[in-house]
Design a protein around this ligand. Structure first.
Ligand SMILES: [Zn+2]
Length: 173
């Protein structure tokens, strides 16, 4: 799978704004490209530890995805202080294995994005690459450039994390 820079930036900025609570939202696009991330309020009872898409905002988001002619590809959420690895709550909450699960971790100064498919007890890490160039709107904006630098560095760590995550995962029954 690939994700557009603009969508990745939306996710990282949303996660940073909500920390120490978890941020969540919808992923949309076509085929193997995630081109849009739509923030949704976290309606979980303990938003520091888990997430639940607010139903009304989720419906509004799904409508917007439809209006833009895109497909609903998955869900993203943040882990403010832990690695981007699905928690027990994430596993039990992922009821539709057709939906991708993206987790952004703010555990380290460099945000890390990790993509998963959760199918029952099976948690599968997926490859995630960045697509396209940074938007020209960001030229000259130091803060945006810095964020993009962080994202690029985060991408490099994804490969290392992939190996680490697989080692950390318990064997599936
Ligand atoms: Zn989680």
């Amino acid at each position: 799978m690939r994700i557009a820079y603009s969508a990745a930036r939306t996710i990282v900025e949303h996660a940073a704004a909500r920390s120490p609570r978890e941020a969540c939202g919808l992923l949309a696009g076509k085929g193997a490209l995630i081109s849009l991330a739509l923030p949704v309020a976290n309606a979980a009872a303990m938003p520091e530890q888990e997430f639940a898409l607010a139903p009304d905002e989720q419906l509004r988001g799904l409508k917007e995805i439809d209006e833009r002619g895109l497909d609903w590809l998955g869900v993203y959420h943040s882990h403010p202080v832990s690695p981007p690895i699905p928690s027990q709550s994430d596993r039990s909450g992922a009821v539709d294995s057709a939906l991708l699960q993206l987790i952004v971790s703010l555990e380290n100064p460099k945000p890390r994005l990790k993509l998963w498919r959760i199918d029952g007890a099976t948690v599968l890490p997926l490859e995630l690459d960045f697509a396209g160039a940074p938007s020209t709107d960001d030229a000259g904006e130091l803060t945006s450039n810095q964020r993009l630098g962080m994202l690029a560095a985060g991408l490099l760590s994804v490969l290392a994390l992939l190996a680490m995550a697989m080692a950390l995962l318990p064997p599936t029954p």
